[in-house]
Structures are given as C-alpha cells and as structure tokens.
Design a protein around this ligand. Structure first.
Ligand code: HEC
Length: 401
C-alpha cells in the first residue's frame, strides 16, 4: 500500500534532524528568550532598547506591543520594576506580565481567561492551569482551522504545580506578526512572586524538576506556525475542555470565522477504542512534532499524529493520517530497521508503544517524547494498549520487509 512507503526517520528525528525547513523565525535568536545570563529579581537593568528578545521574527516589526496590555499587578510592590522594562520586552517578574491583578491573592486580572484543553500533554503528573489574554476588541483569525492566527498582544500562560505548590509559570506573548516572546517564571518558596528563569534542573521537594530552556520551548512550539499548541479548535471543542471553549469563543464573537460545529468528537475506527488513543497521540505527539508543518521536529518522519479539527465531526477515524502513517507502517530509521510503528493486535511489538513506554535519560532517542518527561503516562499507555490490542491481528496492512 502506498502509505507503507511513507516512512519514518520518525521518532529518532525529533532530536537530531535540525531545521531543514524554513521557520518564520530566526533560530539563532531563540536562546535569548529565556535569557543568556543569570538574573535576580530586579528588572531595573532592563534598559529601553536593550530589551531581551525572544524569537526573532526575521526583522518583521519591532518589539512594540500594540495589543493593549492587561493592567499589571496592583499589589504595589513591583510598580517600579514593571515600569522599568521596555515596552514589548519580557518582564523579570511574573507580577508585571498582566496575568494577575494581585499576585499575592492570586487574583487574575480582568480580561485574562482560563481555559483547559480537552486532552492534555502529559507532564509527569504536574497539575497545570492555563490562561489567555486577547487584547480588547480583537479576534482570532480562524480562517485556517488547524492554524489559527492570534492578534498581536495575545498572551498565553501555563502554570505548573507539584504536590499543591506552584513551581513555574510559562508565557508566550505575541509582540509582532511573526514574533513571539517566551519564557518561564520560577515561583519563590512563599508563592508571592515568580522570577524569570533560564531553564534547567531544579530541586522540588527532593525530586529533580526540569524547567525547559528556550530551545526546548521551541522544539515543541515551532510545530505550529503561530506557536500556540493547546488553544486550538480540536482541543477546545472536544468534550472535557473547560473555561474559554470553542462554543464560548463563538458565542463571544472572538473568531473571525465560526466553525461548522462547536461540539467535536473523535470518531471510532471499528475498535471502539480509537478516540482516547488518537486524542492522546494528538496532544502528546501530533500538535508539536509529528505533523505536516515543515518546521515541526518530527516532520521528516511522515508519521502524522495530529488530528484535523475539520475531521472531528464523529466520522470514522479509520482513514485518519495517524492510522495511515502508523498502522502497519515500517520505521525507516536505522536503529529501528524492521520495526513496525503499530502492529495490529500487539502493543508489545509496536515501536510506537515501546517508545511511549520507555524512559531512560541515558538513551533519550529511545523514548517518546524525547524531552520534558522522565515518567511514563499510565493513562496514556493504557489507552494506546487498549486501542492496539483491539485491532484485528489479521489486518492485512503490515508491510512485508
Ligand atoms: C514537550 C513539548 C513542550 C515543551 C518543551 C514546551 N511546551 Fe508549552 N505546550 C506544549 C503542548 C503540547 C501544549 C498544549 C497542551 C497542554 O497545554 O497540555 C503546550 C501549552 C503551552 C502553553 C499554553 C498555550 C498553548 O500553546 O496551548 C503555554 C503558554 C506554553 N505551553 C508555554 C511554553 C513555554 C514558555 C515553554 C518553554 C519554557 C514550553 N511551553 C515548553 C508542549 C511543550
């Protein structure tokens, strides 16, 4: 079958393939976003015009934000620090970013909206909360359903907690048409403030916790042209999404084009188990790396695990790209010669399942995803196992070697 030849540098490519394809950004600038030098809690050295840049939009636009920022914290203590940062540059303190009206009370600023995608990226069991700020009187350009374009000034936040304690809050901030700044803020012990952190391992209650570097943010987030991975129609339209969902976006007139449906559904493929597995593969592997965007790290694999929102109307999933490029299809990477990505009926023989079920820091290329996880996802693995086990083992799709 033709899909069998659409092979797979696949998984191994995630770490090593580099950026053969063009990206709207200049990767040479990527390390600047989380910073190249150590920082303390002061932002007073952030001279106007010398602002730390994140992604470089290839010279497009300046670092001006015309989006109309949400008001900075009114908790008082940091007003000088907030004001000292050049307009359109990353603040050193989370309290200056506009997420909170009062960071000590954890009061979210007006205009900042909480959301949660229906299916979430596994982050080794961390609890996560997410928010979006869209500048007043703007809309998301939703003409391309799998590639929404956000208005300049958009900010997205994602907070990570471990055992009930806030650890870090990440920010993506669109400052020009093709330019996003991104960083992480590390919370202090008393959870009264969080300060920009360049990324790296930290100790959390005796465990090692990794805050991604800017380069690591990009490894995942460059998989979509406008960077945003979870605030997308599929994940906001499937059941389980909360806060600012797809139907809420339509009701509030926040999209330039309304989708045909706002209550989405992943159809079955005859196994009765496809929806959970495909949803998991979509958010854990597809939105970031294994998709058709030529900038995505897993693009060269031609293993396409991203679901298209337009196909989530309950129709059968048996012809979805994830099945066509996964089931019975060989991996081409040398280290996996002879391995089939998904062997119907046999999770244990399926390379995809094996990599999702492996965590070994000494062999990062033998685990999936290759970064940002040291613990396997029990629910995700169960969904994959149930799905693959339920496929008829006699399926004729296994490619002969
Ligand atoms: C392993 C891949 C990966 C890495 C590394 C990563 N992210 Fe993400 N991020 C995702 C995925 C997938 C989502 C959407 C799913 C979810 O939130 O559960 C997401 C969601 C987000 C969101 C919410 C908006 C959105 O895109 O849905 C923010 C903000 C964010 N990430 C910021 C960052 C920043 C800043 C960094 C680096 C410090 C980073 N992320 C590193 C994969 C990653």
């Amino acid at each position: 079958m033709s899909t069998c030849v659409r092979v797979a540098l696949a998984w191994a490519c995630l770490l090593g393939c580099g950026d053969s394809a063009s990206s709207p950004e200049d990767e040479s600038a990527r390390d600047a976003a989380i910073g190249g030098q150590g920082r303390d809690a002061s932002a007073k050295d952030a001279a106007p015009g010398a602002a730390p840049n994140g992604d470089d939009g290839g010279g497009a636009g300046g670092s001006r934000s015309d989006g109309g920022d949400p008001p900075a914290s009114d908790s008082g203590a940091n007003e000088d620090e907030c004001a000292a940062t050049a307009a359109g540059a990353l603040h050193e303190l989370l309290s200056c970013t506009g997420l909170y009206a009062d960071i000590e009370d954890k009061r979210i600023a007006p205009g900042v909206r909480e959301f949660a995608p229906a299916v979430q990226l596994w982050s080794d069991g961390a609890d996560k909360q997410r928010w979006i700020f869209l500048p007043e009187d703007t809309q998301i350009d939703s003409a391309l359903s799998d590639d929404w374009k956000f208005p300049i000034g958009t900010k997205l936040f994602k907070e990570f907690s471990h055992a009930g304690r806030r650890i870090e809050t990440r920010l993506f901030w669109k400052v020009a048409a093709t330019r996003w700044l991104r960083t992480a803020y590390r919370w202090n012990e008393t959870e009264t403030e969080a300060v920009r952190f360049d990324g790296g391992d930290i100790d959390v209650a005796g465990d090692t916790y990794h805050i991604p570097t800017a380069k690591e943010c990009d490894q995942c987030h460059k998989g979509r042209d406008d960077r945003v991975l979870g605030f997308e129609p599929g994940l906001l339209g499937l059941s389980g999404a909360t806060g600012l969902t797809l139907s809420e976006l339509v009701a509030e007139g926040l999209l330039t084009e309304d989708p045909a449906l706002t209550a989405l559904e992943i159809g079955d493929d005859g196994t009765t188990k496809a929806a959970a597995a495909l949803g998991w593969l979509h958010v854990n592997c597809g939105v970031s790396c294994h998709n058709t965007n030529s900038a995505a790290e897993g693009y060269a694999s031609r293993l396409h695990l991203q679901l298209s929102a337009e196909e989530l109307d309950g129709r059968t999933s048996s012809a979805f790209p994830a099945l066509e490029s996964g089931v019975g299809v060989s991996a081409r990477t040398l280290r996996w010669t002879g391995r089939i990505r998904i062997v119907p009926g046999s999770p244990e023989q399926s390379l995809l399942y094996e990599l999702a079920n492996t965590r070994d820091p000494s062999r990062p290329k033998d685990q999936m995803p290759p970064i940002a996880s040291r613990i396997t996802d029990p629910d995700g693995l169960r969904a994959l196992e149930d799905w693959i086990s339920s496929m008829p083992a006699t399926a004729p799709s296994v490619e002969p070697q």
